[in-house]
Write a protein that binds this ligand. Structure first.
Ligand code: ATP
Ligand code: MG
Length: 304
C-alpha cells in the first residue's frame, strides 16, 4: 500500500495522523468534509496537476466517437451528436447535470447500450460492426459503477477471479495471483477472504476497481464511483484512481468531485442536453467557462 493511500485511510479514523498529512492529502480531507471546493483548493489542485508526470500520453487514439446519437424507445433522444477522441494515457473527465446523458455515453462506449447512429471505435474496432466481437472489445474496457455490483455471496477473491476464469483468460491459479496483486494495489490484500458485507463502502469500491483491473483492461470507465460513498471514504477511492491515472491508464470518468477532476483530468467535457457544450483543460473549463450552461452548472457545484 502506498503512503498516500495509508494516509487517506487514516484520515477517516485517526485525527492525530491527519495533522501530518501533506498538502494533497489535506485538500482531500477538506473535500471529504464538504463536496464544494473553494478557489484556493482549486489553485492547489491545479498546481498538483501541472506536476503530473509528463510524457504518459501518446497520440494513439484509444476511443474514437463520431456523431454519436442515442435514442431510447424511438422517442427520447438522449445523445444528440457526440464526437470526441481519447488518446492513450489520457484522463477525460465528464461533468454535467443529472439526466444530461453522461451514463448513457459511458455505456455506449463499452457496448452496454446499442448505438442509434454514429461511430464508436475502441482500439480501432467499431463496436456497432456485427463482425466485431463485442465481448473481446469489452474485455479491454473496465467499468466501475456508482454501486459496486459485487456478488454478495462470494468472497472478495472469488469476485475477482470469476470473470478471468469464466472467460478463460486465466487458470484459477493465475487468476488468484493476479487478484492478489490487484488487491495489493488498492491496499486491500488483507481482505481477500472476507465477504462484501464485511467491507466499508470505500473498500467495496476499491475491490470493484481491483476486479476490473484483473481483466487487464487498457481503458477504464468510471461512472460516479464516489457518489454513493460516505464523505470520509471518498478520499481512499480517489487515491486509487489517481495512482491508476499516474500509471498511464486511459480513463474516462464521470464525476462531480471537481477538485479531483482539477487534479487528474487532462481534459474536461461538459455534457448537457445530449451534447458536449464545452470542452477544454481543467483550467479552461473550471476557471474560465465560456458557455453560459457550463457557468450556470459550475456556479451551483463550486463555491467560486
Ligand atoms: N434504459 C433507459 N431507457 C429509457 N430512458 C433512459 C434509459 N437510461 C437512461 N434514460 C434516460 O436518458 C436520460 C439520460 O440519462 P443518463 O443516465 O445518461 O443521465 P446522466 O447524465 O448519467 O444523469 P445522472 O447525473 O443523474 O447520473 C434521462 O432522461 C434518463 O431518464
Ligand atoms: Mg449517470
Amino acid at each position: 500500500m502506498t503512503d498516500e493511500l495509508q494516509r487517506a485511510q487514516n484520515n477517516g479514523a485517526d485525527k492525530a495522523a491527519a495533522d501530518e498529512v501533506t498538502d494533497a492529502a489535506a485538500i482531500e480531507q477538506l473535500q471529504q468534509s464538504d463536496i464544494s471546493t473553494t478557489e484556493v483548493e482549486m489553485d492547489l489542485r491545479l498546481a498538483n496537476h501541472i506536476e503530473k508526470e509528463a510524457g504518459a500520453e501518446s497520440d494513439k487514439v484509444k476511443i474514437h466517437v463520431a456523431d454519436l446519437h442515442k435514442t431510447y424507445n424511438g422517442r427520447l433522444e438522449v445523445l444528440k451528436g457526440i464526437s470526441i477522441d481519447v488518446t492513450e494515457g489520457e484522463v477525460l473527465v465528464i461533468i454535467g447535470p443529472s439526466g444530461g446523458g453522461k451514463s448513457t455515453f459511458l455505456r455506449c462506449m463499452n457496448g452496454l447500450e446499442e448505438i442509434t447512429s454514429g461511430t464508436v471505435e475502441i482500439n480501432g474496432a467499431n463496436i456497432a460492426d456485427k463482425k466485431v466481437n463485442i465481448n473481446k472489445v469489452r474485455e479491454d474496457v473496465g467499468m466501475v459503477f456508482q454501486h459496486f455490483n459485487l456478488f454478495a455471496n462470494m468472497s472478495v477473491i472469488d469476485n475477482l477471479t470469476l470473470a478471468p476464469v469464466d472467460l478463460k483468460k486465466a487458470t484459477k491459479e493465475e487468476a488468484k495471483k493476479t487478484a492478489m496483486k490487484m488487491l495489493e494495489r488498492v491496499g486491500l490484500a488483507d481482505k481477500a477472504n472476507v465477504f462484501p458485507h464485511q467491507l466499508s463502502g470505500g473498500q467495496k469500491q476499491r475491490v470493484a476497481i481491483a476486479r476490473a483491473l484483473c481483466m487487464h483492461p487498457s481503458i477504464m470507465l468510471f461512472d460516479e464511483p464516489t457518489s454513493a460513498l460516505d464523505p470520509e471514504m471518498i478520499g481512499e477511492v480517489l487515491v486509487v484512481m489517481k495512482e491508476l491515472a499516474a500509471s498511464g491508464m486511459t480513463m474516462v470518468i464521470v464525476t462531480h468531485e471537481m477538485g479531483f477532476a482539477m487534479e487528474v483530468a487532462d481534459r474536461v467535457i461538459f455534457i448537457s442536453d445530449g451534447v458536449i457544450q464545452e470542452e477544454g483543460t481543467p483550467q479552461e473549463v473550471f476557471k474560465h467557462p465560456q458557455n453560459p450552461k457550463t457557468q450556470d452548472f459550475l456556479s451551483k457545484v463550486l463555491e467560486i
